[in-house]
Design a protein around this ligand. Structure first.
Ligand code: MN
Ligand code: MN
Length: 307
């Protein structure tokens, strides 16, 4: 048999990264490929809820890849967010719904990017295009990823394609979307077990612009004040990270998934980018962003344009 191809999402994996890796594994296996889903970090509590619901294991942890290792990337493309050694891996395929940045390959590849709300929405289409039947397990995985990335279709990243996919997947999975979706999202909001260091890395996206490194980390909650009880310690952890990694601006976004608002804590030399970008002053290192829930669409572009 051919050498094995690894499939994985980004570091600090979210539900889309884990679920889409597993679904892509199934898709490629259906086509006869020798593939294995992997993960680049600890599974979060929301994803754990999904895996427990299905009674399945998470993919195995992948620490780094050797030169020439064949890989398939889902839910990311930026090397900063990928596995150690990615520069010298052989990237065969990318399925993603993010901007393309800090990315290059040595050889031709299959690259599919669509501006939809979730990687699993693209995978759903791939199953359809191939005329492949979607089993209940894969339907549940894809549905969970879409609920997670679009916050039950409430995020501005949501497209008609996501809605259509989610509706059909719920039928196949025989799942009541509102009941299951809220329970799943809530499972991801219990932050009590995490240290402040872990909190700021749970879902952190690291990137750079003009040689300036920045971080946008995000946590979901049902109560922003609850998270802010730990503000001082969170700021200490952020400052440590800024110092250790030469970060110019670190944004910690606390998103209220029930009311669709976000409170951000901003630290670093370049906090002015947030003030300029959102046309609002920081007070006590914080800013309240009404109606903001999407890092990708509502926070990242603002920082990227102003840094
Ligand atoms: Mn993701
Ligand atoms: Mn995603």
């Amino acid at each position: 048999m051919d050498e094995k191809i690894y499939i994985f999402g980004h570091k600090a994996p979210d539900t889309d990264s884990i679920c889409s890796s597993l679904v892509m594994e199934k898709f490629e296996q259906n086509l006869g490929l020798n593939v294995e889903a992997k993960r680049l970090g600890k599974v979060n509590k929301e994803t754990e809820y999904v895996l427990n619901y299905l009674g399945i294991e998470a993919p195995a942890l992948l620490e780094k890849v050797e030169e020439g290792q064949k890989v398939i990337l889902v839910d990311h493309n930026e090397f900063d967010q990928s596995v150690e050694g990615i520069e010298n891996a052989n990237i065969e395929t990318v399925i993603d719904h993010h901007r393309i940045a800090n990315f290059q390959t040595k050889t031709p590849l299959y690259y599919r990017a669509e501006p939809v709300g979730c990687t699993s929405t693209i995978l759903y289409k791939k199953f359809k295009e191939e005329g492949m039947q979607i089993e209940k397990k894969e339907a549940t995985l894809m549905l969970s990823a879409i609920v997670s990335d679009t916050l039950l279709l409430k995020s501005p990243t949501t497209t008609e394609d996501d809605k259509k996919a989610l509706t059909e997947l719920a039928k196949i999975a025989e799942i009541d979307l509102n009941e299951y979706g809220i329970e799943m999202l809530k499972a991801g909001t219990n932050l009590d077990d995490f240290s402040e260091e872990e909190l700021i890395n749970l879902d952190a996206k690291r990137s750079e612009k003009n040689g300036k490194k920045f971080v946008i980390a995000q946590v979901n909650t049902v109560s922003i004040p609850d998270v802010l009880k730990r503000k001082e310690k969170i700021e200490t952890a952020m400052r440590k990270d800024i110092e250790a990694n030469d970060i110019k601006v670190f944004i910690f976004a606390i998103t209220d998934i029930l009311n669709s608002n976000t409170q951000i804590i901003v630290l670093g030399e370049e906090t002015a980018v947030a003030e300029k970008g959102f046309a609002k002053n920081l007070e006590d290192n914080m800013m309240f962003l009404e109606g903001v829930v999407s890092r990708k669409k509502q926070i990242l572009p603002v920082i990227d344009q102003n840094l």
